[in-house]
Design a protein. Sequence first.
Length: 657
Amino acid sequence: MTETLRRTSEVPADGNGRSRARAAAGGYTAESIQVLEGLEAVRRRPGMYIGSTDGRGLHHLVWEVVDNSIDEAMAGHATRIEVRIQSDGSLLNRDDGRGVPVGRQKQTGRDALEVVHTVLHAGGKFGGGGYKVSGGLHGVGVSVVNALSEWLRVESARDGKVWGQDYARGAPTGPVRALGPSNGRHGTTTVFKPDPEVFETLDFGFDTIAQRLRESAYLNKGIWISLADERAQPARERSFYFEGGLVSFVRHLNKDKDALHPRPIYIERREGPTAIEVALQYNDSFSETVLAFANNINTVDGGTHVTGFRAALTTSLNDWARRQGIIKDSSGNLSGDDVREGLTAVISVKLVEPQFEGQTKAKLGNAEVKGQVQGAVAEGIAQYLDENPGDGRRIIEKSLTAARAREAARKARDLVIRKSALEGSALPGKLADCQERDPERSELYIVEGDSAGGSAKQGRDRRSQAILPMFGKMLNVEKARLDKVLSSEKIRPLIIALGTGIGETFDLAKLRYHKVILLADADVDGAHIRTLLMTFFYRNMPDIVDNGHLYIAQPPLFRISTGKVTHYARDERERDRIVKEMKVKNLTVQRFKGLGEMNAEQLWETTMNPQTRTLLQVNTDNAAEADHMFTTLMGEKVAPRKDFIKAEARKVQNLDV
């Protein structure tokens, strides 16, 4: 949530010595200050606690509940976790841990079970007595889930009994009560149904939850995690259990790539109270995949543990290569970018007092962790390379090749800059720029084909919409280093138009358009063009994707008209619905084979008008899955692509060829 504070001009005091600023403040007085009691603040401003009220926020509720069970497992008290999406849209989470404590809580006088579920910043993760290591830091997790649920039910099995309590939108509907004997059972069961008054969608994603649970099982070897979706008939089920932990995780990430060394490098150290685990393996690709976790929380924005890892990796490889004589004393060092080409790594730290940035915990801030991770990784890599010199030489040779390509890319980048200067313009000739100079109000449509580009240029809003036509086959950047990308006549104009630079010189602050929109035909060729462009952004400009600047336009496939009334449909289902609703015999249904068939007015009305268009925002909520998908679809290996096509072909209903 962003709040704006208005600065009012100073007003002289009146005869009574009171400021007349009260009148200028528009009624903003002491009476305007509100104190939100209990969980009311959460319901009033949910975005402050879960980030958003869309699908991402909805799944944040799941993570909060599951992470409590993971914390029990990390503390050594749970070995099994069950997650179930129930047929009524509610979600059940059950573990075999200690169960939430019951009994009078001295500070509030209420039952501890109720306090945990109804009071913010209440839990067993502050004083160190309940948990030494946990992902839950602020004590707001399950109480926030309760506040944002239509109803929630909790059962705690401990001390020979099962205790329970029910809530409606965060408020208890009755006291904590004994439900019966536990019969040897122990642990916590939570069932909740998200509140339709809060969330834009109530549809839990099976695949989204499965991927998160898979990661949790990798990060906590020896824990059994199961997932079931009872909305489907028969129910979909997955179970996860990995003895290999992070080594298994890295093998999974690299499964469709050719590894440079068969056995991942594995490092496990304890530095004081901090446990450090790292697994890494190089492959023959040109991209880097590094996933970082702190107390099982995926720190997507990195942090001190990632900084320490990168510093250790660069220093260790350079030192070893010089000792082996592979890099001569007169030569320069390999850079961080050089040694991370083709790297797949998972970093996991578990610490007592994690310092995260914000409730969504996207970045780790503990200063001491940098040195702890750096020392552990440097020692572990040096030992591995000394014991496996053949693997070390292959890694260094790949890094040296990357260094040569980086130098070629620098020369190509300089050439682009010089060429632009000589031509007297920093923008490519095919770009029809907009008049607006504020990036937040500017949009760039990357349009497939010259004919469609012409219609888009005529139909656009010239004040805020820029058009860059692209035609012909674009380079597949999944199979190319940066020097080849920069030399591509198809990609270079796009890089110049965006204004950010690329590679080492990339600067998101220089992005000229805060909406970059891919506009391609709604057919197989259009999908291919979109995939090539998304691969380019994901591999070479990931910050544009991560910061929500990349979109996909949704052009219609059909035009349905009576002559006087016209409607457009994105697919066959929408076409059939519109035809049924119009109830007119003499209808004309036109199927667009491409964007070029639309005139400028039609393209504006259906695809470019902010009031009527549909845009899909591209995001990478799941970095591991995104990396795997791009490798499968665009990588060197053909077999994984064939397997994917075979598996997905049965889902195709209307194939446009």
